[in-house]
Design a protein around this ligand. Structure first.
Ligand code: NAI
Length: 704
């Protein structure tokens, strides 16, 4: 059975993998870490061995094999390259997507190479690493493709600069396999013998992990986050218990070459190793050719946003009415003009606008200023603000409404015309300005708090409306010395509270680099954190058909009120979904098996002739024997010949291949819950006889 050449270029994944500190530690133990490098094994200040990343995406790697149709009996891990873009966090979710990039033909009987490349992102939104894997297939050569380009590799002609000895234990694979690669070859002597080895062998990636630890120890001690690249070729198998030596030559400031040898036989087990290390090169965030509108930019925080954006290439509309702190009296052009002059003196481009944000016409004019002067708008920071503090009892409607007009209605008035432009061009970044007073409350500021929390509501929905158009909306809650805070903050703190401590976060939220959408961040004095609406897991009371009594609420109030294990919803539907599922989810589980069409092994074999794809079976002549264990199991055989399919219960005398599985795993596999490749590599599916022919099954039947 040939390689599926059509698989080249087709998207694989996304495949997600949740992990926590225990997975990180388990991996470290699997690659030989212990008390001598406790930082990899103890949750306190835990560090991640970078090669953990490839073990953690093992489920994704199996897609390369299943999609390429590679002959599993002859598959070997040929080469592995890992390029690290960001440090690996100690917990979270990995999401991996990739594709098969090449299939090379080494020739008949010489084998083939299947090369796959993937990118893995973390739940923190960052791209963490790129993996380039080469699978060597012993039996798939001779399909008429090109051979791989030749690569040359030489080690320096001197003794290694570093040499580290390690002795993986006799039981090492038993521990390592718990990190994902549970392939029987590394644990089952019978299976190993079938594959041509006298006993189970070490996982190549386990030896790779040992090597990675040694490289970190020698070149970036205590700083695994500085590993930038780890590449190698797997050249020989290693048996558990054999000692190894990792030999390292430093070739320049940030690069080393390395190999790992079997210290007993002298054979090289990992060859052509490349190790790159150092700090992550920082990418400068620029705003060239982008147009930013900043309201209330004549002073305080807005002025700094305007100056910093202009310094990094943005063209800026400096809006400011030039009013008093409480918004009373007339305006003045001076503050906005002064900031424009400052920007021009720095060599930047800016125009002033003096409209008030508090009317729809004012909002239109501000955006018009951007369109007329610079042709577009990419960035909007809704920053203009006033204060009219009074205790609630003394709060007159005018003071209430005026504050809402500047903060909340002001953001609506400017965002609406700006959002229209952003939606049309398919890019936009909007930053709202809230306040700790709104998020948490502050005596005497009911008007201001309400307006500031209203902005969070505006963000929550606008983020959804802009999502499709790459318009991201986030919110900052600043703390900075300005005229708004001069009578609240002690003067000695003014220097520590410069707006410059807030602007880096706001500028990041304005940049195309920022993927965050719908988040709130506190920023000030060099301290940054995220604020969010957290919803507790809650509880159901009663049966969901009859309303509970008030007394039942009292009995359960602590559980209702608890935020332990709470979550942050991105949108309303998620919360409503949880409420609706609170009662229906358990019922579903109870009824699900009865509803499933293929709920038992016997039902699956009954359905098989109907699911048979005669078209795909034209030249196929094969007999599959199934031994399904468990109370729902039995023996069935399936004869496929002349594009027909016959299912019989019992044992066939001469099956082409025999598949052995537990009944529940078999049902899961047919229902798509357990991928066939994973079933095989995990040992849940055992195949005897012609393994290659077993790969036909997925093509010959469509059971879902
Ligand atoms: P600021 O008073 O220095 O700046 C606000 C600017 O908005 C002023 O230049 C003012 O002329 C302008 N403005 C007022 N009404 C306007 C209108 N109708 N149209 C156009 N411009 C108008 O104050 P600061 O501290 O720089 O505040 C900026 C934003 O940050 C405000 O929204 C404020 O509520 C918010 N904030 C500030 C905090 C701080 O610690 N400074 C704390 C929490 C929030």
């Amino acid at each position: 059975m040939a390689l599926n050449l059509d698989a080249v270029g087709k998207k694989l994944g996304p495949v997600t993998k949740d992990y926590n500190w225990k997975d990180v530690v388990l991996y470290a133990l699997g690659v030989g870490a212990g008390f001598s490098d406790l930082e990899y094994c103890y949750e306190k200040n835990l560090k991640v061995i970078p090669s953990f990343s490839i073990a953690a995406i093992f489920d994704f790697l199996s897609h390369y094999a299943s999609n390429s149709n590679i002959n599993l009996a002859g598959i070997l891990h040929g080469e592995q390259d890992l390029i690290f873009h960001q440090p690996i966090p100690v917990e979270g979710t990995f999401t991996t997507e990739g594709k098969i990039t090449h299939m090379y033909d080494k020739g008949e009987k010489k084998g083939a190479l299947v090369i796959g490349e993937s990118d893995t992102f973390h739940s923190n939104g960052k791209k963490l690493f790129t993996s380039i894997i080469t699978l060597f297939s012993r039996f798939d050569g001779g399909f008429g493709g090109d051979n791989a380009p030749k690569e040359t590799f030489t080690f320096p002609d001197r003794t290694p600069d570093f040499e580290i000895e390690e002795t993986p234990s006799q039981d090492q694979p038993l521990l390592y396999r718990l990190s994902g690669d549970v392939f029987a070859l590394h644990v089952d002597t019978e299976f190993a013998k079938m594959a041509g080895f006298e006993k189970p062998i070490m996982h190549g990636l386990c030896t790779y992990g040992f090597s990675c630890r040694a490289l970190v120890q020698c070149l970036v001690p205590g700083e695994p986050d500085k590993v930038r690249r780890l590449k190698c070729r797997f050249s020989r198998t290693l048996f558990p218990g054999d000692p190894i030596k990792i030999q390292i030559w430093k070739t320049d400031e940030n690069t080393a070459v390395w190999k790992t040898i079997n210290a007993k036989s002298g054979e090289t087990v990992i060859n052509n190793g490349i190790f790159e290390f150092g700090d992550i090169p920082k990418k400068e965030i620029r705003f060239d050719d982008q147009v930013a509108v900043i309201t209330g930019a004549g002073g305080g925080l807005g002025r700094i946003y305007a100056l910093e954006l202009a310094k990094r290439g943005a063209k800026v509309v400096v809006n400011d009415l030039g009013g008093s702190r409480d918004g009373s009296g007339g305006g003045s052009a001076t503050p906005a003009e002064k900031v424009v002059e400052e920007i021009k003196a720095l060599g930047g481009e800016a125009v002033a606008n003096y409209d008030s944000v508090s009317t729809p016409e004012g909002g239109e004019n501000i955006v018009k200023a951007a369109l007329e002067s610079f042709g577009t708008v990419d960035i909007l920071i809704n920053n203009a603000g006033i204060l009219r503090d009074k205790s609630f009892i003394k709060m007159e409607p005018e003071n209430w409404l005026t504050v809402l007009d500047v903060h909340l209605n002001g953001a609506f008035n400017v965002s609406k015309p700006a959002f229209k432009v952003m939606r049309e061009k398919g890019f936009g970044r909007i930053v709202m300005t809230t306040s700790a007073a709104g998020l948490y409350g502050n005596f005497g500021q009911t008007n201001y708090s309400s307006a500031k929390m209203g902005l969070v509501g505006l963000m929550n929905t606008l983020k959804l409306e802009g999502q499709k158009y790459n318009v991201k909306v986030n919110t900052v809650a600043p703390i900075a010395a300005s005229r708004l805070t001069e009578d609240i903050l002690p003067p000695e703190l003014f220097d520590k509270m410069k707006p410059e401590f807030v602007s880096p976060l706001v500028l990041y939220l304005c940049s195309s680099e920022c993927d965050a959408n719908g988040n709130i961040y506190n920023a000030g004095m060099g301290f940054f954190n995220r604020a969010a609406v957290v919803t507790g897991p809650g509880t159901t009371i009663g049966d969901g058909d009859n309303p509970p009594a008030i007394e039942d609420i009292v009995d359960n109030f602590d559980t209702i009120a608890s935020l332990t294990n709470g979550k942050v919803y991105f949108e309303l539907n998620e919360q409503v979904g949880d409420a609706m599922n609170a009662f229906s989810a358990p019922e579903k589980t109870d009824t699900a098996p009865a509803e499933q069409k293929t709920a038992s092994a016997s039902a699956i074999f009954e359905a098989m002739p109907n699911a048979f794809n005669a078209e795909a079976a034209k030249d196929v002549d094969v007999i599959f024997q199934y031994h399904i264990a468990g109370s729902g199991g039995g023996d069935w055989n399936c004869t496929i010949k002349d594009a027909t399919c016959k299912i019989n219960s019992g044992i066939h005398e001469k099956p082409t291949c025999t598949l052995k599985m537990a009944d529940t795993d078999f049902v899961d596999m047919i229902n798509g819950v357990l991928p066939a490749m994973q079933a095989y590599t995990s040992g849940k599916l055992k195949i005897e006889g012609d393994i290659m022919k077993s790969q036909l099954i997925e093509k010959l039947f469509r059971l879902n």
